[in-house]
Design a protein around this ligand. Structure first.
Ligand code: HEM
Length: 276
């Protein structure tokens, strides 16, 4: 065997390292005859799931960085999360190349598959603190996924870790926040708003914190933009039809467009320039 043949057969290369062959086997169209646009539809969802995987990876590292007091490392992970969400928004925009007639050409084949069943999306929401039990029912037939979400719901959220980090850094946080039952929904805290406002209004000694807060807001904003562009894309692609997951579709998604992970970081802006 020549040296070249040996290299091709045995050595690590681009395809073997990245499992390209396996990856390219994963796009299995259900429409018969194959609808041209179903390939695009599958790839756009698979790409989103890969980015969700990286988001989970970066979020876990960010939580660890908060816990160990390494705020600059948390900021590094957060900046990557913002960049991924920016891309996810652009990916949803790509669906504007799919007309309603084209989508109707294969939509029935994928029913009752729905974004409601994206375990990674729901894990991300749960980790960041949105933990609505309503969504567990979409995993009834996959109890291991219900267990994953229930497990996350018992842990402090990213926002809880952030509040604890501020407390450890010397910004006294209210005991009610530090000792709250993390399985329960977040209740907006006037004390947290007051502390954040104080930090913003004294930028000279606090600017590194301001940068962290603004990057957290970038993430929250990009996520909200994703919700909005996804909602508008749905109106554009299927109008007011009910979703394949059984929701009212556009109207349901409109109700979720206002969700925020870090509510006090938004609320404090109302009070800037006023006594609070
Ligand atoms: C033609 C393309 C798409 C249509 C028509 C569509 C439609 C919908 C609808 C109607 C819902 C509400 C739930 C239901 O009743 O099924 C939904 C939820 C969802 N979709 Fe899509 N979607 C599309 C593309 C995507 C893509 C590319 C992603 C990427 C991950 C995605 C992720 C999700 C997620 C995560 C939810 C749950 C949202 C939440 O609970 O707040 N969708 N989608």
């Amino acid at each position: 065997m020549s040296k070249y043949e040996n290299l091709v057969l045995n050595e690590l290369n681009y395809n073997s390292y990245l499992k390209v062959n396996e990856l390219l086997e994963l796009q299995q169209l259900l429409s018969k005859p194959a609808h041209h646009d179903e390939m695009f539809f599958i790839i756009i969802h698979q790409a989103a799931e890969l980015w969700f995987k990286l988001m989970r990876h970066e979020t876990a590292a960010m939580v660890e960085a908060f816990r160990t007091g390494s705020v600059s490392h948390a900021l590094k992970n957060l900046r990557r999360l913002v960049a991924i969400m920016q891309l996810q928004v652009q990916q949803i925009n790509m669906l504007n190349t799919l007309t309603p007639v084209e989508f109707a050409g294969f939509r029935d084949h994928l029913k009752p598959a729905s974004g409601f069943q994206s375990i990674q999306f729901r894990m991300i929401e749960f980790v960041f603190g949105l933990r609505e039990p309503f969504f567990l029912k979409f995993f009834e037939k996959e109890p291991e996924k219900v267990a994953i979400l229930e497990g996350i719901a018992k842990e402090p959220s990213v926002y809880d870790e952030f509040v604890r980090t501020l407390d450890k850094a010397g910004f006294a946080m209210p005991a009610a926040l530090l000792q709250r039952d993390v399985t329960q929904g977040w209740v907006e805290s006037p004390e947290l708003i007051a502390t954040l406002k104080e930090i913003y209004e004294n930028p000279k000694e606090n600017y590194h914190w301001v940068l962290l807060f603004e990057t957290m807001l970038d993430f929250d904003e990009k996520f909200a933009i994703w919700r909005s562009v996804h909602m508008l894309m749905v109106a554009r692609t299927v109008g007011m039809k009910t979703g394949t997951g059984g929701s009212s579709g556009y109207k349901f998604l409109a109700g979720r467009a206002e969700l925020r992970f870090f509510p006090e970081l938004w609320s404090l802006r109302t009070h800037i320039g006023t006594v609070y």
